[in-house]
Design a protein around this ligand. Structure first.
Ligand code: SAM
Length: 247
């Protein structure tokens, strides 16, 4: 997968060059290319923004440098990139969206700043708009990193496919609890079944715990998954007892 990121602040993307994303690039499975929008700016100061028509606060990233930059970056590779604008007005990001986007060979992530970008670029060159949540950040850099990280870990071979398959949301529900050594920590023991070596019972326990975890923390997710009769009883009991949700 190739990710081109168009931004005014390429220097803030260090997290995409550490840990799992770094390994993904070293192994050749992923290529992340940063492009500074100022390279397409005007004049000595490489200006890319101007005041909004109609007045009001803030600045708007102009259509001309953006269009030139998007077209130039597209031309760097024969594979056409889907142009994705990070914006609080986009579709809220979900694991299902990330899974769909991860099937694309190339994406161009567009980071806004100030009041955002000229609307005409959204109308003509942007193909998808993604929000990372109902709050407003100063720029699209953190959202682009969030999306890029979520995408990179789904590229085949980047992390163990078994661990991706049973993570929160991939199964439609939340993950089960995890424990590691020591078996007793400050008087609290690891659940007995995990020390039993009995794989069948461990799997059963993990599924139950994942369901209970979901019923307690994100009951809304349960409406979208298929449960057998025993599982429905399990989560139903939990909901009837009014197990408190997390703050
Ligand atoms: N005026 C815009 C509005 O109210 O919808 C907000 C602009 S925001 C200050 C500047 C840039 O940050 C946006 O163009 C976008 O790229 C990015 N951004 C801010 N919050 C975001 C979010 N929740 N998800 C994705 N991108 C976001």
């Amino acid at each position: 997968m190739r990710l081109d990121i168009l931004t005014l602040f390429p220097e803030v993307f260090a997290p995409l060059f550490a840990s799992i994303p770094a390994r993904a690039q070293t192994s050749g499975r992923v290529k992340v290319e940063l492009h500074n929008l100022r390279d397409w700016g005007r004049g000595r100061h490489r200006q890319v923004d101007d005041v909004p028509f109609g007045g009001g606060p803030g600045m708007v990233i102009q259509a001309e440098p953006l269009a030139a930059a998007i077209r130039a970056v597209q031309a760097l590779d024969p594979k056409p990139a889907r142009v994705v604008y990070l914006t609080p007005q986009g579709t809220p990001l979900s694991q299902a969206m990330v899974e769909e986007m991860a099937t694309r060979p190339r994406l161009l992530l567009l980071c806004g700043h100030y009041e955002g970008i000229d609307e005409r670029i959204r109308e003509t060159l942007v193909e998808q708009e993604v929000s990372i949540g109902d709050y407003v950040l100063s720029g699209g850099e953190l959202p682009a990193m969030v999306l890029a990280d979520a995408l990179i870990r789904l590229v085949p071979g980047v992390i163990d496919s078994e661990s991706v398959a049973c993570e929160s949301f991939s199964t439609g529900i939340l993950d089960h609890p995890h424990y590691s050594r020591p078996a007793v920590f400050e008087g609290r023991s690891v659940p007995e079944v995990l020390l039993s070596g009995h794989h069948g019972r461990i799997e059963e326990w993990r599924r139950e715990q994942a369901l209970l975890n979901t019923a307690r923390r994100r009951p809304d997710l349960l409406a979208r998954v298929e449960l057998n009769a025993a599982e429905r009883r399990l989560v139903g009991g939990c909901q009837e007892r009014g197990v408190p949700s997390e703050p």
